[in-house]
Design a binder for this molecule. Structure first.
Ligand code: NAD
Length: 332
């Protein structure tokens, strides 16, 4: 039976991926640690490795995987900024991903974060549990009638925009590949990035991390934002310059931030560090702001999304092992 070495696994990965991979004819070797060049040799004997968002599939790692006989890198996520695709191609490694497992899961989490932040739900919940039923300091604001800016109108950005339209918001969008028909159907206006930044009360990021989008939110773009606007990021942490974000929170230029991703999340997010000391000073600082809400990269974590990730990953493993063409859109 072919073997797949699965890196950076948690119990839910084993619960969902294990049975799907077995049904596809694979044996899984689950590792809790993340893939890097130092542990790539542990994939010895595996036909494929399966990795997630914070594994490190750079050139040295891929060279070691290829040297021990791995032929397929199966990403169990949509984003692929963690892998050196040029190196993979040169080494003859096939790379597959799960392009769309549940865009609804991520769009709905973006909205959950936004509402919880602007209506101060975590603070209110903590208070009520302490039998403090005071409303002092809990004043929020309506989304109705405000302007939302969606940066990136792929699958997740479009759904997020549509939900925000449902709140009666005016929605602006920007994307180098605009979808005019969709925008017209939902009465959404495509504008240039600068116009989106200075017109929006809420800005939500739904674009991939690439060299050109790295630190898209930086001192210059923050300066263009409407004072006290709210920023939501469920895409990739490195889209935001964290130092600039902290400065903008301190000055009040940014009025609130909801994050499911963080620039230096690798090694922190997904882990229980509650018994230790948090070494990351910028994350520690972010956690002190009352107007910052952070979840630990959990937007994808729904039953439906995990089921689909396992199904598509197992299908990718089966097809590549059987030398069948990958399902459209999964091979990168
Ligand atoms: P997608 O490929 O469907 O859409 C991305 C869109 O961004 C495309 O329309 C593209 O044209 C646009 N884009 C690219 N560069 C841009 C730029 N400079 N400015 C504006 N738009 C730009 O991707 P998706 O499935 O909607 O995913 C969006 C993001 O969500 C990705 O970064 C992905 O990694 C992230 N994601 C996060 C989670 C999570 O659990 N937090 C889960 C899934 C996906």
């Amino acid at each position: 039976m072919p073997l797949v070495a699965v890196y950076d696994t948690k119990p839910y990965d084993r619960d969902y991926l294990g049975p799907a991979a077995t049904a596809a004819g694979f044996t899984c070797r689950f590792h809790e640690f993340r893939l890097n060049a130092d542990n790539a040799a542990l994939a010895q004997g595996a036909d494929a490795v399966c990795i997630f968002v914070n594994d490190q599939a750079d050139r040295p790692t891929l060279e070691r995987l290829a040297a021990v006989g791995v032929r397929h890198i199966a990403l169990r996520c949509a984003g692929y900024n963690q892998i050196d695709l040029t190196a993979a191609r040169e080494l003859g490694l096939t790379v597959t991903r799960v392009p769309a497992y549940s865009p609804h899961a991520v769009a709905e989490h973006s909205i959950a974060l936004l509402l919880a932040l602007i209506r101060k739900i975590p603070r209110a919940h903590n208070r009520v549990r302490e039998l403090n039923f005071s409303l002092a300091g809990l004043v929020g604001f309506d989304l109705y009638g405000k302007t939302a800016g969606i940066i990136g109108t792929g699958q997740i950005g479009r759904l997020t925009a549509q939900i925000l339209r449902g709140f009666g918001m005016r929605v602006l969008a920007c994307d180098p590949a605009p979808d005019g028909t969709w925008a017209a159907t939902h009465e959404i206006a495509y504008v240039e990035l600068n116009e989106l930044l200075y017109s929006s009360d809420i800005i939500s990021l739904h674009l991939p991390l690439t060299p050109s989008t790295h630190h898209l939110i930086n001192p210059q773009t923050i300066a263009l934002m409407k004072p006290a606007s709210v920023l939501v990021n469920t895409s990739r942490g490195r889209l935001i310059d964290t130092a600039a974000l902290i400065a903008a929170l301190k000055s009040g230029q940014i009025g609130g931030v909801a994050l499911d991703v963080y620039e230096e999340e690798a090694g922190v997010f997904f882990e229980d560090l509650s018994g230790g000391v948090l070494a990351d000073d910028e994350l520690s600082r972010l956690l002190t702001f009352p107007n910052v809400l952070i979840t630990s990269h959990q937007a994808f974590l729904t039953h439906e999304a995990l089921t689909e990730i396992a199904r598509v990953t197992a299908e990718n493993l089966r097809r590549i092992a059987g030398r069948e063409p990958a399902t459209s859109g999964t091979c990168i």
